[in-house]
Design a protein around this ligand. Structure first.
Ligand SMILES: NC(=O)c1ccc[n+]([C@@H]2O[C@H](COP(=O)([O-])OP(=O)(O)OC[C@H]3O[C@@H](n4cnc5c(N)ncnc54)[C@H](OP(=O)(O)O)[C@@H]3O)[C@@H](O)[C@H]2O)c1
Length: 217
């Protein structure tokens, strides 16, 4: 099992769930900075995402890859830098993993992601979904959460404002609005762990009620 984005809000919970699962022997976590292992089967590895040729091929030897990697436009600094991280770096990693024989992929993407979106964030996520689909993993499960609810160390004022306004109204997001319902980052992590543990053939997309159900399997 490989997890990229393992130090993020979703990724860190996911890694805790996977590392505690008796059926999972290895949770390899390539990241851009050094981190300490949380259990004997957790293997954080510092790598250069810009130069995967320098990465020890051993880290790609796994059945499944999960990506919860991504940044924000503000942190990236420009639209080009955002696309470089959220598309190029993630896609190149997935491509490399596929070439080493990884057969299953779970992607934490976003509700509304579409190559046709006029919103940069959603377009980049949509382009990434399509590009990974074309790699032809035997199982490709795409999780499409709306606004993530959770405690962040860093300040994201707009996200915090949206969370405070919308999270208490979660129950109103039903029927056609379900896909836009804010979701706990811990639920997205549970859904990703369940997707890993119960791989399904072909491409599967989870959003709204379906994503909630996957979290509660
Ligand atoms: N925030 C939302 O409301 C929301 C809604 C829908 C979908 N999503 C998507 O869901 C996914 C998970 O979100 P999240 O909030 O858990 O993310 P997050 O907390 O921002 O964590 C992002 C992860 O990506 C890594 N990362 C960022 N830039 C990197 C780079 N240049 N090279 C290598 N690693 C890099 C981070 O590593 P470091 O710890 O080293 O920074 C971290 O592990 C993301 O793809 C996000 O876009 C978010």
């Amino acid at each position: 099992m490989i997890v990229i984005g393992s130090t993020g809000l979703v990724g860190a919970t996911l890694v805790r769930l996977l590392a505690a699962h008796p059926g999972i022997s290895d949770v390899i976590c390539p990241g851009r900075r050094p981190t300490a292992p949380i259990s004997p089967n957790h293997r954080p590895v510092q790598i250069d995402f810009e130069d995967l040729e320098t990465v020890n091929p051993e880290i790609f030897k796994a059945e499944t890859l999960v990506s919860a990697m991504g940044t924000t436009l503000k942190k990236a600094g420009s639209p080009e830098a955002f696309r470089h991280i959220d598309f190029d770096l993630v896609f190149q990693f997935c491509k490399k993993a596929k070439s080493y024989g990884v057969q299953r992929m779970v992607l934490v993407s976003s509700e509304g992601a579409s190559p046709r979106s006029r919103i940069l964030y959603l377009k980049v996520k949509g382009d990434l979904e399509n590009a990974i689909a074309e790699l032809g993993f035997e199982s490709f499960q795409i999780l499409k959460p709306s606004l993530l609810i959770g405690d962040r160390q860093e300040s994201r004022p707009l996200e915090r404002f949206a969370m405070q306004m919308v999270a208490p109204l979660r129950h109103l997001f039903r029927g056609p609005l379900a896909a836009h319902r804010p979701i706990l980052a811990t639920d997205v992590a549970s859904a990703a762990a369940n997707a890993v543990l119960r791989p399904v053939q072909g491409i599967q997309i989870y959003s709204g009620d379906r994503l909630d159900q996957l979290a509660r399997l």
